[in-house]
Ligand binder design. Structure first.
Ligand code: T3D
Length: 257
């Protein structure tokens, strides 16, 4: 069985981290396959990406057995060839990426989830910046993402203490968008993906890009970037359709172009 399950259905690229007996911890094969599947999501038929975990966890981060395996990739390659390319692909994909956190998300598993555009979790899920407990620093973009989500002080404490954060606390802190009950989580998370897959894909991609630019921009520069991206959005077929549908008092039918 492949360590990444992938299918494209109804405009959604479904990616499932699939090493459930290891809580979907990443070995090299899984990290490389995830990159391959994220690349496949560049296809125009994919209008939204949905990442979740098989079994009871989302991902426990790096497979620690691989770290000490003399035949493993070695520490020097793990960030540059595994995690950095994964989170970079997620950030650069010109469509929304949802992390549907179905259980524990630890280490790189947590930070891959947190770099997605919309993070939802089931009520029994949890997040752990597990790195400090084994003498590492947080990676996979976590030192960039987490303080921007919840502020420097909370991020610093969670990263140093390595405490488990419940889904409810993660929502309260602003780490994620919404928590859904375990029983309805699969359907509730899917509903978000289905909604996004019917929306104006290019407009969502530009939203993602301009939000990213805000991290480094002054207010004035951001206004200019909004202007640039708004011109692009206004040139799309979907904008035309959105306005026409509004004026004709009908439901718009967006095609993603
Ligand atoms: O170069 C570099 O390596 C840098 C890259 C770093 C990236 C990172 O992600 S570093 C952080 C690595 N992750 C961790 O340190 C987390 C380790 N796991 C845990 O602390 C716990 O498993 C959890 C808190 C995540 C969950 O606890 P629990 O009690 O729900 O489950 P469990 O019983 O600990 O785990 C279930 C199984 O998954 C178990 O296997 P077994 O005993 O049933 O055969 C456990 O060994 C396995 N597992 C869980 N996490 C990992 C793992 N196996 C390998 N690597 C793991 N990370």
């Amino acid at each position: 069985m492949s360590s990444i399950l992938f299918e494209i259905r109804d405009g959604i690229g479904f990616i499932t981290l699939n090493r459930p007996d290891k809580l979907n911890a990443f070995d090299r094969a899984m990290a490389m396959l995830l990159q391959e599947k994220l690349d496949a999501c560049s296809d125009a038929s994919v209008r939204c990406v949905f990442i979740t975990g098989a079994g009871k966890g989302f991902s426990a981060g790096q497979d620690l057995a691989e770290v000490v395996d003399p035949n493993g990739p070695g520490m020097a390659r793990i960030l540059s060839e595994h995690y950095n390319p994964i989170v970079t692909r997620i950030r650069r994909l010109e469509k929304p990426v949802i992390a549907a956190v179905n259980g524990v998300a630890a280490g790189a598993g947590a930070n891959i989830a947190l770099c997605c555009d919309i993070v939802v979790a089931c009520s029994s899920a949890s997040f752990i910046q597990a790195f400090s407990k084994i003498g590492l620093i947080p990676d996979s973009g976590g030192t960039h993402t987490l303080p921007r989500l919840i502020g420097w002080q909370k991020a610093s404490a969670l990263m140093m203490l390595g405490e488990k954060v419940s889904a409810a606390d993660a929502e309260r802190l602003g780490m994620l968008y919404k928590v859904f009950p375990d029983e309805s989580f699969a359907a509730d998370a899917l509903q978000i993906a289905q909604t996004l897959a019917q929306m104006p894909t290019k407009g969502l991609a530009y939203t993602k890009q301009v939000l990213r630019l805000s991290f480094n921009n002054s207010f004035e520069d951001q206004l200019q970037d909004e202007d640039v991206f708004q011109q692009r959005a206004a040139a799309t077929e979907d904008f035309k359709e959105g306005v026409e549908a509004f004026l004709e008092k009908r439901k718009p039918k967006f095609k993603g172009n």
